[in-house]
Ligand binder design. Sequence first.
Ligand code: SF4
Ligand code: SF4
Length: 324
Amino acid sequence: MSLMVPLYREKINKKKSSPNRRIAQRNTDWKKNIKLSIRTKVVIRDYFIRNISNPFQEIRRNIGLADKDIFKHILIQTNYKCTRKCPFCHYGMETPPENVDMNEDLFYTIIDQLRDINYKGRIGLFEMNEPLTDKRFNKFLKYTREKLTKAWIFISTNGDLLSVEKAEQLFKDGLNFIYSSSYDEIALKRNLKLLKEINPNYRKLINHLNRTYQSGWSSRAGNVRQFKKNTIFAPCDMIYKVLYIKPTGKVCSCYNDFYDINEMGDLNKDSILDVWFGDKFKKLREELNKGNRNCSELCSQCDYVGYGNLPKIALKWRFKNLFK
Ligand code: SF4
Ligand code: SF4
């Protein structure tokens, strides 16, 4: 008995230090040591969405499963103001047609409706505007965070109204992420300075984009005339993923709709779910699924590519549907 115990221990020790085990141990240590920054995670997530999730969603859409899906991304634009007039944007072309601020009660109703459906997706508190021009922004943000504890709240800003203190306060109030874009050299210097000075824990939560040398821009469904390209007659994934609410409370099919051409509903009268699953969205989805962008004046000018890079299997689905 006394001999057997050490022998048994030896056996266990041998087993413990077997080459396979050592390799497995090394692999676990390696994984533990990797700490991805939030910025890297965002890049990986975007890559995943474009190359894996989008094609998969296209297949789901083709077999009718996607019709029951709720949006994963909601954009709530609370005003029509910006500090700039970029030539590739609505503000560079004209003053937006309806220059109104979103009614506060309407904003809270929208957030309450999202809370009722336990929304956990992305919320952009902006779209075609500079969100920090809205003096109520922090109040709106705090309310959103309080009601939607699991949602991922983000903004896109040109940084003109951002300071280190303001940015830190936004994160304290519940913002998850900032996409900051520099459109000229002065803004670039200023935005990079902010990144240097801000608390490193918050720096990880800002993705800065240097757009000073960018030359190609989206035509926003042909609205930005100088960047207009040929219409792409393909299905569109936007209407399955994104819900865009304008300051007026109107919901449009996508954020390319400067003039409310594809108005899908009005949240002053209808609920979010009624609009999202309503007849107008349904009809538009049916038509766009066939690649028929001529179904609306807006879509007929649109060069948005849709589901992006598709693997062969999804291309097959698309090809099959051309003849339906
Ligand atoms: S900063 Fe953004 S919203 Fe403002 S004009 Fe430029 S692109 Fe448009
Ligand atoms: S096809 Fe229509 S709904 Fe889709 S992005 Fe273009 S304009 Fe918007």
